[in-house]
Design a protein around this ligand. Sequence first.
Ligand SMILES: Cc1cc2nc3c(=O)[nH]c(=O)nc-3n(C[C@H](O)[C@H](O)[C@H](O)COP(=O)(O)OP(=O)(O)OC[C@H]3O[C@@H](n4cnc5c(N)ncnc54)[C@H](O)[C@@H]3O)c2cc1C
Ligand SMILES: *[C@@H]1O[C@H](CO)[C@@H](O)[C@H](O)[C@H]1NC(C)=O
Ligand SMILES: *[C@@H]1O[C@H](CO)[C@@H](O)[C@H](O)[C@H]1NC(C)=O
Ligand SMILES: *[C@@H]1O[C@H](CO)[C@@H](O)[C@H](O)[C@H]1NC(C)=O
Ligand SMILES: *[C@@H]1O[C@H](CO)[C@@H](O)[C@H](O)[C@H]1NC(C)=O
Ligand SMILES: *[C@@H]1O[C@H](CO)[C@@H](O)[C@H](O)[C@H]1NC(C)=O
Ligand SMILES: *[C@@H]1O[C@H](CO)[C@@H](O)[C@H](O)[C@H]1NC(C)=O
Length: 507
Amino acid sequence: MRFHWCLALFPIVSASAFQLPFKAPFFNSSGQQSRPLARPRVAIIGAGAGGTSAAFWISKAQERFGIDVEVDLYEREPYVGGRSTVVYPYDNTSLPAVELGASIFVKANKNLWRAVDEFNLTRRDFRDETGLGVWDGEKLLFTTTGGWWGWWDSAKVLFRYGFQSPRRTQAFVDSMISKYLTLYSVDTPKWDNLTHLASSLDWTHLVSQTTSEYLKAEGVSDKFIAELVEASTRVNYGQNVDEIHALEGACSMAPTGASAVVGGNFQLFEQFLKRSRANVYLNTSVKSATVASGQWVLDTDRGTETYSAVILAAPWHSTNIQLPAELSSQIPPQPYIHLHVTLFTTTLPSVPAQSFNLPASTKVPPMLLTTFEGARNGGKEPEFNSMSYHGLISEGEWVVKIFSKEPIPQKWLLKMFDGKIGWVHRKEWDAYPVLPPTDSFPNLKLAPGFYYVNSFEPFISTMETETLSSRNVVDMLLKDIFDSGICGLAAPSNDTAKDDYVFGWDC
Ligand SMILES: Cc1cc2nc3c(=O)[nH]c(=O)nc-3n(C[C@H](O)[C@H](O)[C@H](O)COP(=O)(O)OP(=O)(O)OC[C@H]3O[C@@H](n4cnc5c(N)ncnc54)[C@H](O)[C@@H]3O)c2cc1C
Ligand SMILES: *[C@@H]1O[C@H](CO)[C@@H](O)[C@H](O)[C@H]1NC(C)=O
Ligand SMILES: *[C@@H]1O[C@H](CO)[C@@H](O)[C@H](O)[C@H]1NC(C)=O
Ligand SMILES: *[C@@H]1O[C@H](CO)[C@@H](O)[C@H](O)[C@H]1NC(C)=O
Ligand SMILES: *[C@@H]1O[C@H](CO)[C@@H](O)[C@H](O)[C@H]1NC(C)=O
Ligand SMILES: *[C@@H]1O[C@H](CO)[C@@H](O)[C@H](O)[C@H]1NC(C)=O
Ligand SMILES: *[C@@H]1O[C@H](CO)[C@@H](O)[C@H](O)[C@H]1NC(C)=O
C-alpha cells in the first residue's frame, strides 16, 4: 500500500491515514512564534555514521539560525560508531587500534575529509604495505609490487590486460566521481526519492545493470573484469561483478587517496556527537514507534518518549523496531552480506609461499584480493574475499585481516601461517546490502516526520554516503518543521567559489 503523501516533500495534512506530528504551526505568518509551543523534539536512532552526522547537521542549523529543537539520540550498543569501530591487539590499548569494520574513505568523500580537518584528527595514508595479488582459489593470477591504487597504469597491468581495458575503466570511474562531486556543490540535488536522484545524476543505467554487463558494453575485456574489477568488488562489498550493480562497482574501484583516521574512524562519529547538542543515550534500544495525538511515540529501554520527528539511521530489518504497517510496508526486504572478519597477529612478515603452492622463493604480496573466475569455471572457490597485512603492532609482529563468507577455521590459519599465530579476534557483521541491479529504492520519508537515512544503502553503502543521506534527510526535516533548509533560505554565501566549498559546512 502506498500513501501519496510520501511523494511530497511537505506533509499534506488532510491526506494522512493518521494524525500528523506537525499539525500545529510553529510560526505565524510574520515568522514569529505565535504562541508558546513545546520545543520540537527530534529522536535519532543509531550512533553510526548516519545518526551521528544527522545530529551534527541539525546542530549546524541551530548554530546558523538559532532553531530551537531538542535532539535525543538512541544507540543500542554501548559505543559510538556502529559499523565503524576498532579493536586492540591482545586487548591492549597501548597497541595500535585496528579497524574491525569500515576502514577507508577517499578524498572525494568531502564530509569525512573536512571533518578530519575541522576536528583536528589525523589522517593517514591507508597503504600500510605495498604489493598486491589476485588469488582465484587455486593460483595467484596476478601480482604487482605497487599498491592497490595507481595500479591501473602499472607496466604489469598493461602487459597482462592491454591498454584499453584499464583506460576505459578509469574513464568510467572518473566520470562517476565527477557527477558524485556535484552532491557537495551549492546546486546539489535534494532528493525525495532515490530513483529521482539516480536520474538527476544520470546513473539510472548504472544501478540497473551489473558491473560486468556495463563494463563489457564499454569494451572492457572479460579478463580485466574477471580479475581486477572483481577483486575490487569482492574486497569492498563481498560480491561478484555479475551480481553487483555498476554504480557500486564503480565505487569499489575508486580508492584514490584512500585514508583512515589515526586511532580509528569512529572518532569522527564521536566528534559529530560531541559538537552536536544532542542528548546521547548509549546502550539503549528503541523497541517501537507509534503515532499518538500527532506525535511520534518511541518505546525505548528508558521508557516512553514523544517526538515531533524521528530519524531512523540503521538498516530497519536489523533493528527489531516495531513500526506501523503503513511504514514497514514501504521498506522492501533487504538482505545484507553476512561477513566474517578475522583479525590476527603473526610473526611471519608474509604468508609463506608454500601455503599457496608457490616456489619457496616467491614473496606473497601483503594484500591478497580474490576473483570468483576460477570457481565460475569449475575450480575451487577462494576461502576468503581478501587477506591483508595491516602493519606492525610491535617489533616482529604483524596484524592481518581476513574477510570471508564463511568462518575461517583456526586449523586453516595455523596451517597457512605455519603455526605462527598470536592474538585472534573474530567478528560477524551484516556488513553491506546485497546490491543487485534495481530500478527501485526504499522511500526516505516513510510518513510525515519519519525519515529513513539507510534508504541510501542499496544505492551506495559507505560511511560518507550515510553522512550525505543524513544531510538530505535533515534538510527535508528542517523544511518540514521550520520551513528552512540546512543552509536556510537566504542566498548562498560568497564561499561557494572556494575550491573546497562543501555544501552543509560552508552553506
Ligand atoms: C567489515 C566492513 C568493512 C567496511 N568497509 C568500509 C570502508 O572501508 N569504507 C566505508 O566507507 N564503508 C565501509 N563499510 C560500510 C560502512 O561501515 C557502512 O556503510 C556505514 O558505517 C553505515 O553507517 P550507518 O550509520 O548507516 O549504520 P551503522 O553503522 O550500522 O549504525 C547503525 C546503528 O544503529 C544501532 N541500532 C540498531 N538498532 C537499534 C535500535 N533498535 N535502537 C537503538 N539503536 C539501534 C546499531 O547498534 C548501530 O550502531 C564497511 C562495513 C563493514 C562491516
Ligand atoms: C520514486 O520515483 C519513481 C520514478 O519517478 C516512481 O516510480 C516511484 O513511485 C517513486 N517512489 C516513491 C516512493 O515516491
Ligand atoms: C505572530 O506572533 C507574534 C509573537 O507572538 C505576535 O506579536 C504577532 O502579532 C503574531 N502575528 C500574527 C500575524 O499573528
Ligand atoms: C548495558 O545495559 C545492560 C543491561 O541493560 C547492563 O548490564 C550493562 O552493564 C550496560 N553496559 C554499559 C556499558 O552501560
Ligand atoms: C601493552 O603494550 C605495551 C606496548 O607494547 C606494553 O609495553 C605493555 O606491556 C602491554 N601491556 C600488557 C598488559 O601486555
Ligand atoms: C585545532 O588545532 C588548532 C591548532 O592547534 C587550534 O587552533 C584549533 O582551535 C583546534 N580546533 C579544534 C576544533 O579543536
Ligand atoms: C558577496 O560578494 C559581493 C560582490 O563581491 C558583495 O557585494 C557582497 O556584499 C558579498 N556578500 C557577503 C555576504 O559577503
